[in-house]
Design a protein around this ligand. Structure first.
Ligand code: TTP
Ligand code: MG
Length: 364
């Protein structure tokens, strides 16, 4: 049996801000920009009590919580803390699969410390994270990835939850379908309309039925409902950017043609961002001139670049303006990319029915 830990930092950006600036502790804060188009990156637990959530427009967050303190994003600092946390992971295993800046899977079946119970590894990791960064993390422990991930969310913040194989089916039975990996709002709605609300409902359907209603992914839901998830923890790095570029048949000098090419790049980028489910805050325009010299210009937003060609184009045009103002020579290649990855979006899990008690369940 494998032993997998999923670690996820609590209210990550907000906790870093409250840690670095004690004046913010205990206050409802939202990290993000404060312009009309800004959205909340994350909110402190104090602000969440008012309903403030990630990805919500800042203006709405302010209406929900009159005393909200808006704190600007300091991405470099969060990356630094993330690196510190990864150092700690590496003290136990090299089998680390980061999912975003603040979460990762660890396969600790075999671990450097020779610790038998994965739960004990998780306890040590949580302790070290707190000692070295002053922040809390939540950990989920199980024999597969999808259960470890759900478990880390089960007792947030500062949570620890083990899902032992012997209780996995009971644990899964009570989960709302929204919590299953790959079930987004649309799929959840479809499931509800078919009378499927929980893991137990999902398990009552045959593979044949699932395939008929959900296509190929039906098999994944079918397996998850039965506690089957053999995906390995793949030591990999977080994807850092998504982009596309185009070398033109002829060097282009005409601004109208460049705008057309830029639009087509924006469309291509939209597709790639969507396919990779990639959220990043920085848009970069790369230009290679006829003489092969390269210039690139970036703009960092206070929200992830939208997966929308028009929105991308609106951000890219000023970059082209500046580039051409500096050097208006025929262009051989243009590229657009998004970098500065963000946390993965996911639902709000505050509504768990607490029928499963992680404290009395068996450990792995
Ligand atoms: P999450 O782990 O999803 O959220 P969190 O750490 O703030 O809170 P929780 O305790 O529920 O885990 O995301 C990690 C960071 O990624 C988060 O602090 C900010 C960033 N982020 C965004 O910028 N936009 C988003 O929509 C989300 C979900 C996260
Ligand atoms: Mg987190």
């Amino acid at each position: 049996m494998r032993k997998i830990i999923h670690i996820d930092m609590d209210a990550f950006f907000a906790s870093v801000e409250q840690h670095d600036n004690p004046g913010l502790r205990g206050l409802p804060i939202a990290v993000g920009g404060d312009s009309p188009r800004s959205v909340v990156c994350t909110a402190s637990y104090e602000a969440r009590r008012f309903g403030v959530r990630s990805a919500m427009p800042m203006s709405r967050a302010r209406r929900l919580c009159r005393d909200l303190v808006v704190v600007p994003v300091r991405f470099a600092r969060y990356k630094e803390v993330s690196a510190q946390v990864h150092e700690i992971f590496r003290e136990y295993t090299d089998l680390i699969e980061p999912l975003s800046i603040d979460e990762a899977f660890l396969d600790v079946t075999v671990n450097r410390a020779g610790i038998t119970l994965a739960r004990d590894v998780a306890i040590e990791i949580k302790r070290k994270i707190f000692e070295r960064t002053g922040l809390t993390a939540s950990a989920g422990v199980s024999y597969c990835k999808f259960l470890a991930k759900i478990a880390s969310d089960y007792r947030k913040p500062d949570g620890l939850c083990t899902v032992h194989p012997s209780v996995a089916l009971d644990f899964i039975a009570q989960l709302p379908v929204e919590d299953f990996w790959g079930v987004g709002p649309k799929t959840a709605e479809r499931m509800h309309s078919l009378g499927i609300h929980t893991g137990a409902d999902l398990r009552s359907k045959s593979l044949h039925w699932m395939l008929a209603h959900f296509g190929k992914t039906g098999r994944i839901y079918h397996d998850f409902a039965r506690g089957i998830d053999d995906r390995p923890v793949v030591a990999s790095r977080v994807r850092k950017s998504v982009g596309c570029e185009e070398t033109y048949e002829y060097d282009i000098a005409d601004r109208r043609l460049l705008d057309i090419e830029l639009r087509s790049l924006a469309q291509d980028l939209e597709t790639r961002l969507e396919r990779a489910s990639f959220e990043g805050m920085t848009l970069t325009l790369k230009i290679k001139y006829a003489d092969f010299t390269i210039s690139s210009r970036s703009h960092t937003l206070d929200h992830p670049v939208e997966h929308d060609a028009s929105a991308i184009l609106a951000e890219a045009i000023p970059l082209l303006d500046v580039s051409l103002a500096q050097r208006s020579e025929p262009i051989r290649l243009m590229g657009l990319s998004v970098s500065n990855p963000m946390g993965l979006t996911r639902g709000d899990h505050s509504s768990y029915p607490r029928v499963f008690d992680p404290d009395t369940a068996p450990y792995i």
